[in-house]
Design a binder for this molecule. Structure first.
Ligand code: NAP
Length: 211
């Protein structure tokens, strides 16, 4: 699958590397192709492509969005034509002062993106844990895979994203439509508060037990 990574820092860089190693054709949608972070990623993993954001997204089947939430509106406005009809995986989280919800819990960041780009198939995924778990998602010895909850309105887009999640070792769990994204964003805040403020290890994820 051809994947464009919009934002390639802690989250986007980790996902770009791992998806490329899993056999996907990954291109960094680089607003500054000569930046140190782009050069370092490509030096570590020469299989990664680099293109302008518009070129990368235009050629992609799936775009991953991993920019600071505050940058989303401008970044996406510049790519609206290229994202028309495409799958956009929203990895971002609106975080406000004191680790609160950045949109006051009135609307999820994902729904805001979907409203901005009504013809884009937005799926929230790769969002509920810290980047440490995107670099390495292996939790061996438990007999279950770590779970990644995801949501969105388009069933076929979610199937594609479920495949990417499985490729990186997650149990994909579809929790419903975009209206569930607010709850995922609160779940992220729970994890962030526990780990970044509460002293729990970042090497901590959720798993699903069924009977
Ligand atoms: N950090 C985590 O553990 C974590 C976990 C889950 C979700 N998230 C969410 O994922 C998103 C990214 O977090 P991160 O930790 O990966 O951030 P990060 O390391 O700061 O990386 C941000 C990336 O976005 C790019 N960027 C920044 N402003 C931009 C703009 N105006 N236009 C285009 N690209 C821009 C940066 O490029 P330059 O470096 O060239 O500026 C960089 O590649 C955030 O929304 C965050 O809430 C983070």
């Amino acid at each position: 699958m051809r994947i464009a990574c919009i934002g390639h820092g802690n989250v986007g860089g980790a996902l770009a590397e791992r998806l490329q190693r899993a056999g996907h054709d990954v291109v960094l949608a680089a607003h500054d192709g000569g930046s140190d972070s782009v050069r370092a990623l490509v030096a570590r993993n020469p299989g990664l492509g680099v293109a302008t954001p518009a070129e990368a997204v235009r050629a992609a089947d799936v775009a991953l969005l991993a920019t600071p939430y505050q940058a989303n509106v401008d970044v996406l406005a510049g790519l609206a034509a290229e994202l028309d009809g495409k799958i956009l995986v929203d990895c971002t989280n609106p975080v406000g002062p004191g680790l609160t919800h950045g949109l006051g819990s009135r609307q999820s960041g994902t729904e805001a993106i979907q409203a901005q780009l009504p013809r884009t198939k937005v799926v929230k995924a790769f969002s509920i844990y810290g980047f440490e778990n995107f670099r390495d998602s292996a939790y061996p010895g438990y007999g279950v895979k770590p779970v990644m909850l995801f949501c969105g309105n388009d069933a076929s887009a979610k199937q594609v994203v479920a495949g990417l999640l499985a490729d990186l070792g997650w149990e994909p769990l579809d929790v419903g439509g975009a209206e569930q994204a607010l709850h995922l964003e609160h779940m992220t805040l729970l994890w962030v508060r526990m780990v970044r403020a509460g002293g729990h290890s970042p090497h901590m994820v959720w798993a699903v037990l069924r009977r």
